[in-house]
Design a protein around this ligand. Structure first.
Ligand code: NAP
Length: 243
């Protein structure tokens, strides 16, 4: 059976993507770091709606933890494969660069960019053989497209994710695997809760932040059969903030 793995699916955008993919009929693997209760709630919501969900916590910044978790999943699912991978887990540790501690630089790159590398490389073997096909969807950011002051670490991680998306798309297209990035602007989640929303909304032509579900609708389309010929794209979703 084909599964979807969504990293960082306990909250925010990842949660909304997991719910959408499950509603589209895919069994969903919910990854998260530590928020067991929120992850259980997502799984319960999916099950209540008639879908199927499993929890697979691991730290996307830890290659050994990634391997151990995926090994365990594969061993317990010998007849199943991950056909849709959404690399969504991400953090921000904002600071002007001349004040930025090493840890904040590395934590952001490890969680977002290195996590993408280790998880995707590992799961490509579920998608490449026998032209089984697959969908890889990377959640980037407007910050990676245009650069944002105070976010050199986050902008670097997301810009690199966009570069990797374009390169990998060309590598795996012959095997019917697509790799696309979504670059959201300001979306209402825990990550943006402490930002000065009233001020920032004035910068957005649409006059509001986006919702996780609006991002999830795009991810669900990219995961669908209808999106088979979209490959290597970066799709902005930002209310017209920057195009
Ligand atoms: P969020 O509400 O802060 O949720 C973050 C999710 O990632 C949680 O499920 C969290 O798990 C998980 N996570 C964090 N670090 C992890 C790690 N090391 N290993 C595994 N899971 C980890 O974030 P969000 O706003 O939904 O953001 C989701 C993605 O969209 C991120 O990549 C973010 O950079 C990107 N994005 C967000 C916005 C925005 O405005 N919100 C804009 C552009 C791009 P726990 O619950 O266990 O902590």
């Amino acid at each position: 059976m084909k599964y979807a793995l969504v990293t960082g699916a306990s909250r925010g955008i990842g949660r909304a993507i997991a719910l959408r993919l499950a509603a589209q009929g895919l069994p969903v693997i919910i990854n998260y770091l530590s928020n067991h209760e929120a992850a259980h709630d997502v799984a319960r919501e999916i099950a209540d709606a008639g879908g199927k969900a499993e929890l697979l916590p691991f730290d996307t910044a830890n290659p050994e933890a990634i391997d151990a978790a995926i090994d365990a999943w594969e061993n317990s699912h010998p007849d199943d494969h991950v056909g849709v991978l959404v690399n969504n887990a991400g953090i921000r540790r904002d600071n002007v660069m001349f004040m930025m501690p090493d840890d904040d630089w590395h934590a952001v790159l490890d969680t977002t960019l290195n996590g993408f590398f280790y998880i995707t490389r590992r799961l490509l073997k579920h998608m490449m053989p026998r032209r089984r096909g697959g969908r890889i969807i990377n959640i980037a950011s407007l910050s990676g497209v245009k650069g944002m002051p105070g976010q050199t670490n986050y902008s670097a991680a997301k810009a690199a994710l966009i570069g990797a998306t374009k390169a990998l798309a060309q590598e795996v297209a012959p095997r019917q695997v697509t790799v696309n990035a979504i670059a959201p602007g300001f979306i209402e989640t825990d990550m943006t809760r402490e930002l000065p929303q009233d001020e920032l909304k004035k910068l957005v032509p649409a006059g509001r932040f986006g919702t996780p579900d609006e991002v999830a609708a795009l991810a669900a389309f990219l995961a669908s059969d209808d999106a088979a010929y979209i490959n290597g794209e970066v799709i902005n979703i930002n209310g017209g903030l920057y195009t």
